[in-house]
Design a protein around this ligand. Structure first.
Ligand code: ADP
Ligand code: MG
Length: 630
């Protein structure tokens, strides 16, 4: 068959690999073994487990004379098309991420130390091999052979192999001053590498190893004779990582496992590995990613953990093992108490599985609580990535989980320029303070300047700044925290004044009732014009009635197919201590038309402060100018 070219970007990566000065070339073995193991998994699954597990395995052969390493597996194998698709293009997740990172790095002109971070896969073998031959056979197809020197392209020809599986022969490069490729022909080196990178692989990795043994029959004699024999050894312990003793696993190993199994090329943010013994026993290895996974907010994002029974992989994305609000957690669960032929349909009703899910939820929440109390900085990083999920958790399912989650929530606050917990807020509440105050908005700086916030701050109250759509719903769902209610500071009666102050305000309101009613009549959108106890320096503000808040109005009306627009009740509040009020009073005696104009301008200003668009900005601007000129 004629030679085929590699696809362009594959070429670039190959180029990089081959010419790399990268010192961790040894990872090629890990990659090939991991592919072999994947291929055996696939064989196992396509045959629905009806296979003789004795025939499943991987073999490594070293040949010093020919300078070759051969890695064969009894996996699913590849036919001609597969070879062309899989080994001719780089389109796999790991490789793709690698490529993206590469492009970023090129811009930064940084070192190419990224190779080790990725599952760069099959191509990494070209770091040590000058030529690679892959002979493969898939059940139902003839064997094929793929050959390439990694530079000029590849060829696919008929091959020789009788049973399913793949054999990969690497012809090693010649040693150079910098690179000792011959080391990979040494048994001890291969043994080390397998222990280091592939010990947990679930299928046996065989190799013929030369050992010296006493000759049979001479064991008991005074001068035992020795002979060198070739012995078949299994190099890996086959104990999966999660079954190993925690104290003997390095973070490095945890990280590598994560990257190999959960489609991420960054190290995880947190690793949670635990063991439960009891009515239901299981091992769990869980990870919190260090960034929001790709497609996380898409409808088709698949959450859930991998499920294993007695070390055998059963299914991916087992949603039943994780509550929705922890959908960002990745990882796996292995239990000996589940039936091997459990199906997706049965999962929901499986009592054991429910117990496991409950324990997992508890464990993760306690880890988060720990992080919050002991490593606040870390928790805030976590919060910025995934906090919104916990907020949704408070609100979803009619607030079923809110008690578990309320202490994990963080909010911006007027107190300091940092995130606070509800507990911190309540701890420093003023003695006479009944409610937890909040305002909603999008811009923290603007929220900080809101008239009502200024007033509350000046009276020594702290205000939470809610910046996300879900926030007010969280407050509604929580209803209260430690017996303190939640109060939207831009809504209803704040009840801040002393009895005397209230009386004085009532009196002034009574005296000016006609003026206030007159203003209301001239402003059709406004349900009431009243004197405010919310304001200190500012002339006006807008507040909402007790029902719908402005934020709710915004959120609802921004929903794509909202059938029923809702509107918050708009109340215009005027500062009785501001000169504008005196002006209004005197105008009311002399020029009622002018009062209407001023009322209109004041209302527009209040709307702007609240972040609403005003209905007629042109006439607003004209009126302002008129007032300025006069
Ligand atoms: P990845 O393993 O991330 O998919 P690789 O570059 O390591 O990427 O491998 C590319 C593809 O080649 C694999 O997805 C698989 O389909 C195929 N492949 C590689 N090695 C084998 C093998 N030993 N047996 C069967 N298929 C293989
Ligand atoms: Mg691979």
């Amino acid at each position: 068959m004629a030679q085929k070219e590699f696809k362009t970007e594959s070429k670039r990566i190959l180029d990089l690999m081959i010419n790399s000065i990268y010192t961790h070339k040894e990872i090629f073995l890990r990659e090939l073994i991991s592919n072999a193991s994947d291929a055996i998994d696939k064989y196992y699954f396509t045959n629905e487990g009806h296979v003789d597990s004795n025939e499943l395995g991987i073999r490594i052969d070293l040949n010093k004379e020919d300078r070759t390493i051969t890695i064969s597996d009894t996996g699913i194998g590849m036919n001609e098309q597969d070879l062309d698709d899989n080994l001719g293009t780089i389109a796999q997740s790991g490789s793709l991420a690698f490529k993206e990172e590469l492009e970023k790095q090129e811009k930064n002109d940084e070192d190419i130390d990224i190779i080790g971070q990725f599952g760069v896969g099959f191509y990494s073998a070209f770091m040590v091999a000058k030529e690679i031959t892959v002979t493969s056979k898939k059940d139902g197809f003839d064997a094929c052979q793929w050959t390439s020197d990694g530079v000029n392209g590849y060829e696919i020809n008929p091959g020789q192999r009788d049973t399913h599986g793949t054999t990969i022969v690497l012809s090693l490069k010649e040693d150079t001053d910098q690179d000792d490729y011959s080391q990979y022909l040494e048994t001890y080196k291969i043994k080390d590498l397998i222990k280091k990178y592939s010990d947990y692989i679930r299928y046996p990795i065989h190799m013929l190893v030369e050992t010296t043994k006493m000759k049979e029959g001479t064991e008991d004699s005074e001068n035992p004779e020795y002979e060198t024999i070739q012995e078949d050894q299994v190099l890996n312990s086959m104990v999966p990582l999660w079954k190993r003793n925690k104290s003997q696993i390095t973070q490095e190993e945890y990280n590598q496992f994560y990257k190999d199994h959960f489609y991420d090329y960054s190290d995880p943010f947190r690793t949670i590995h635990f063991n439960v013994e009891g009515n239901v026993s299981f091992n769990a290895l869980l990870y919190i990613p260090s960034r929001v996974p790709q497609g996380f907010y898409n409808a088709d994002y698949k959450r859930g953990l991998q499920l294993y029974c007695r070390g055998v992989f059963i299914m991916d994305h087992t949603e039943e093992l994780l509550p929705d609000y922890l959908r960002f957690v990745k990882g796996l669960v292995d239990s000996q108490d589940l039936s091997l032929n459990i199906s997706r349909e049965l999962l929901q009703h499986d009592h054991q599985l429910k117990v496991i899910a409950g324990r997992i939820e508890k464990k993760i929440l306690s880890e988060l609580t720990n992080m919050l109390t002991k490593e606040r900085d870390q928790y805030e990083i976590f919060w910025n990535n995934f906090g919104i999920n916990l907020k949704f958790g408070c609100y979803n399912n009619y607030g079923r989980d809110k008690d578990k989650l309320q202490d994990l929530l963080l909010f911006h606050s007027s107190n300091e320029n940092k995130l606070v917990t509800l507990n911190e807020y309540v701890q420093r509440m003023k003695e006479d303070q009944k409610d937890i105050y909040y305002v909603s908005g999008t811009d923290l700086e603007l929220m900080d300047k809101l008239p009502v916030v200024q007033t509350l701050k000046s009276k020594g109250y702290e205000v939470l700044y809610l910046t996300e759509n879900v926030d007010e719903f969280v407050m509604q769902s929580l209803m209260n925290y430690r017996e303190k209610g939640f109060k939207n500071a831009a809504q209803g009666d704040l009840d801040l004044d002393s009895d005397e102050e209230k009386e004085a305000l009532n009196k002034t309101s009574e005296e000016n009732k006609e003026l206030l009613d007159f203003m209301k009549e001239s402003l059709p959108e406004v349900s009431e014009v009243r004197l405010s106890s919310r304001l200190i320096d500012d002339p006006v503000c807008l507040s909402a009635g007790e029902g719908v808040s402005f934020e709710m109005e915004r959120v609802f009306n921004n929903m794509p197919d909202n059938p029923m627009p809702i509107k918050a009740e708009r109340i215009l509040e005027i500062n009785p201590n501001h000169p504008i009020f005196e002006k209004l009073k005197s105008l009311y005696e002399t020029d009622k038309d002018k009062v209407k104009e001023v009322a209109d301008v004041l209302y527009s200003q209040a709307c702007l402060i609240e972040g609403f668009a005003i209905s007629d900005p042109i006439s607003y601007s004209r009126k302002i100018c008129e007032l300025l000129v006069k």
